[in-house]
Design a protein around this ligand. Structure first.
Ligand code: EPU
Length: 429
């Protein structure tokens, strides 16, 4: 298994280009199941999760031509697709559950492994299933699989509320939307998730011939085609990854360096920019870049954040923000409102000398001038990113084990940090 060896007391500066968004490309790949014509994608990141999704789609009969160096691929789903997504593949990645909606829409039947929990909590799929039932599907669970069948005559549009006690579900919005585009009649999704990745998927679906309005707002209206063969091929460029951009910006702030993220959408990072301004971190911005300005030794102000659905502070940046607050001058409060148990990084940050107390869904972080290198364990994707940041700021050397977690969602992160002047080695143990 690969290990990162990170030299601490790092100074970083320079520019880093942002790759395509993981949480956009995964559902867009699932959308390729909605047509037998090719979907051409640009800005496809080289991530383990993308490989997993492509593995599932190949299993479902899709043909994939990929040029990793050019970040492009063409995917064409077979005219008669085999509608089973097996546990061996789905268990690796929760987003694979999002093949359910498009498979049901296109073939009228889908058998997809129930995704199960994950390290940061239960993560149910009840709202996904509620949405498909509202479209008329017969949904049952059998042997660890969800089996969904369209009624005779096909799915029918409906008005569906997609909120959860923790905000709107991003995945359910996408799954139900992808089933609804081929249904008969109009679907109105209320309490829909507003994330930029929903808008990106919608733009791709519209290019494929779908009729959708309101994406990016809590009400999305879909005029179903009423014909399973209605959608065609399209070309689409995946939006830049706002979480990757945010991670590099937090690294710049933590290490007091001038770091520019290029090829990003600054408008997607408004809540992070606001938190930076409260923390005393200045940013310069252009149309497609953001740059953290050095503070010249001025301390970081302790800054509370509460995670919320977009455009609130993203749960996917909570761990990285906590690493930053470990070096602030004072006490800050981080509250997790999307996944109350998403605190796997906390115990590992403590191993590096952080001072953090957890009270339920809240972590109280007391900044400390010194963190010191140690061996730590990556537990999930964003937790691992936080450990890389803390390790760069700590004194001495840190070994981060199980970095396969980070490879799921960050493309060659160690090489890109090296490009900014950090020393991180990948070793096989
Ligand atoms: N929820 C339910 N019932 C459902 C679905 C969700 O109660 O049927 C709850 C969840 O347990 C959670 C909240 O609703 O408390 C939001 O979950 P959501 O469905 O929005 O999450 P997701 O679609 O499974 C995506 C991202 C996550 C990101 C969340 C929240 C992808 C592939 N994944 O997950 O990304 O944290 O939205 O923004 O888009 C990551 O990239 O590290 C990651 C975990």
């Amino acid at each position: 298994m690969d290990v990162f060896v990170v030299e601490g007391n790092a100074t970083i500066s320079g520019s880093v280009g942002i790759v395509g968004a993981k949480n956009s490309v995964l559902p867009i790949l699932a959308a390729s199941l909605l047509t037998s014509e090719p979907l051409e994608l640009e800005n496809v990141p080289a991530l383990a999760d993308v490989a997993t999704m492509l593995g599932i789609l190949s299993e479902l009969g899709s043909d994939v031509q990929r040029d990793v160096a050019k970040a492009r691929l063409s995917i064409c789903s077979a005219a008669t697709i085999e509608p089973t997504a097996p546990w061996e593949l789905v268990r690796k990645m929760r987003a694979s559950f999002e093949v359910l909606g498009p498979l049901l829409g296109r073939t009228g039947r889908a058998r997809v492994s129930f995704p199960g929990g994950c390290v940061f909590g239960l993560r149910p799929v009840d709202v996904h299933l509620k949405g498909l039932v509202a479209l008329g599907a017969n949904v049952r669970q059998e042997g660890g699989y969800v089996i969904a069948e369209a009624p005779r005559g096909g799915l029918r549009g409906a008005e569906i509320f997609l909120g959860t006690p923790f905000g709107s579900s991003v995945g359910a919005t996408r799954n139900v939307m992808m089933a609804a585009v081929l249904a008969h009649g109009r679907t109105v999704l209320q309490g829909a998730a507003c994330e930029p990745e929903i808008v990106d998927l919608t733009e791709c679906l519209v290019k494929m011939g779908a009729r959708i309005e309101g994406a990016g707002s809590p009400t999305i209206e879909i005029e179903g085609a009423g014909d399973r063969a209605a959608l065609g091929g399209a070309s689409h460029r995946v939006i830049p990854d706002r979480i990757e951009a945010g991670t590099f910006l937090v690294a710049g702030a933590l290490l007091d360096g001038r770091v520019r993220v290029e090829g990003c959408r600054p408008g997607h990072l408004a809540s992070l920019c606001d938190a930076f301004s409260r923390a005393g971190v200045a940013l310069e911005r252009g149309e497609d870049w953001l740059e953290v300005q050095p503070r010249g030794g001025e301390p970081l102000r302790p800054t509370d954040v509460t995670t919320q659905p977009y455009p609130g502070f993203p749960t996917d940046l909570q761990a990285q923000w906590m690493a930053l607050m470990c070096r602030a001058e004072g006490v800050s409060v981080v509250t997790e409102r999307i996944y109350s148990d998403r605190y796997m990084h906390l115990a590992e940050l403590l191993r590096l000398g952080a001072r953090i107390r957890r009270e339920g869904a809240t972590a109280v972080v007391e900044g400390t001038p010194t963190l010191s290198g140690a061996s730590v364990m990556a537990s999930d994707l964003r937790a691992s990113a936080a450990l890389v940041l803390a390790a760069l700021a700590a004194s001495g050397e840190t070994e981060i084990h199980r970095v396969y977690h980070i490879d799921r969602g960050y493309e060659r992160i160690e090489e890109r940090f090296r490009g900014l002047g950090a020393t991180i080695r990948r070793e096989q143990r």
